[in-house]
Write a new protein. Structure first.
Length: 374
């Protein structure tokens, strides 16, 4: 009997100890789970990984801090949601042309300076002033080669200068072949040339919009050029250099029809010009930048379009990006050996004028790389 009582007491004591231990374990687990996420670290590598993942460490329990983990999960859900929204926007924009994406969109990016250059006065034997009207009612200045008075309708090219493409400076005095930004070889070859100034440029009305409605200005200038009695309306070309090349490419991407487009030294992403146009820094205005960046809209080109740059130019990288992205058969990439961003202009102007002037009938323009061999 005494033995049975002894064993009973041992069992009762053991159960009490077990119950107390279980209670303490449950209390510890509750406190631990309130403080920690997951199991304690087994080694320093787990701790270091948790820190790399951005979590705070609970030093008491050697684990991932619970509040830190929860905050991280909230942030990750926000990132995931933002990623899904970006992917949704990418799909929407990828299915649109530039014209569709810009339809009914009102840009909020405009020039915030009032500094203007005077409208230039070129020699009358080289260029005459011929103002044109935009679709939104602006009257803008342009200059066109005078009528040769030979009763012939001539092919003509609009040329967009680099730098501040909205304004015109001295666009008629040829520079050396290493840097002739007037592209005078086109004029000397006999092509009718048009140099349009754009909204907000020189003394024009409106404000610069940095490659936005300027595209529509170029389209309006082309319509005006086609109405000149000595211009062949079926042979209107568009070209430009640097910022002018970027604007020419954007105009082609709007689906505007030209007999040929020549974009010399364009950029792929417009925020490459953030020093020229600080209003277009990508971090601040993502959609504004995208609607001005040629690399997203190459599929909208419907005219034969040539992207041209010298292999010794820093801008050869953007050209390579554009050419790698494009699957549009209308886009042709020409890398001119032993030329830089400026010496390529004269070589391109000579090759372009030869190709235009030897084109016959309705045969599509052809500008092979061999045309640039010196």
């Amino acid at each position: 009997m005494k033995k049975l009582l002894f064993f009973a007491l041992i069992l009762i004591g053991g159960y009490a100890l077990y119950t107390e231990a279980s209670k303490r374990k449950a209390e510890f687990s509750k406190v631990y789970n309130e403080a920690c996420e997951g199991n304690p670290f087994k080694d320093t590598s787990q701790r270091e990984q948790a820190m790399e993942d951005g979590y705070a460490i609970n030093e008491q329990y050697k684990c991932i801090d619970k509040k830190s983990y929860q905050a991280g999960q909230v942030q990750r859900r926000k990132w995931d949601q933002a990623k899904l929204e970006r992917e949704r926007l990418e799909k929407v924009l990828a299915s649109q042309t530039l014209a569709e994406a810009r339809k009914n969109y009102l840009t909020t990016t405009e020039d915030d300076t009032d500094e203007r250059e005077a409208t230039p006065t070129p020699p009358a034997n080289l260029f005459i002033r011929s103002d044109y009207q935009t679709a939104d009612g602006l009257s803008l200045v342009s200059f066109i080669s005078p009528d040769p008075k030979d009763q012939v309708k001539h092919p003509a090219i609009i040329w967009l200068t680099g730098g501040d493409s909205n304004s015109l400076g001295d666009f008629w005095t040829p520079g050396p072949s290493s840097n002739d930004q007037t592209a005078s070889a086109l004029r000397r070859a006999g092509l009718i040339m048009m140099f349009p100034s754009l909204r907000g440029g020189n003394t024009n009305p409106g404000k610069r919009e940095f490659f936005f409605n300027e595209v529509n200005d170029v389209i309006a200038a082309a319509a005006h050029l086609a109405r000149q009695p000595y211009v062949d309306p079926k042979k209107i070309y568009l070209g430009g250099h640097s910022t002018g090349g970027t604007l020419a490419l954007l105009t082609a991407e709007m689906g505007a029809k030209f007999s040929g487009v020549f974009a010399l030294g364009p950029v792929a992403e417009i925020d490459s010009y953030d020093r020229l146009f600080p209003q277009l820094r990508s971090g601040a205005r993502t959609k504004e930048v995208r609607l001005r960046s040629p690399i997203y809209w190459l599929h909208g080109v419907t005219s034969p379009t040539y992207l041209i740059e010298g292999t010794e130019s820093p801008n050869i990288d953007p050209l390579n990006q554009l050419c790698s992205k494009s699957k549009n058969p209308q886009i042709h990439c020409l890398r001119v050996e032993a030329a830089n961003h400026f010496s390529v202009i004269d070589r391109a102007a000579k090759a372009i004028s030869t190709s235009i002037l030897t084109r016959t009938g309705d045969v599509e323009l052809s500008l092979p790389e061999s045309a640039f061999h010196q």
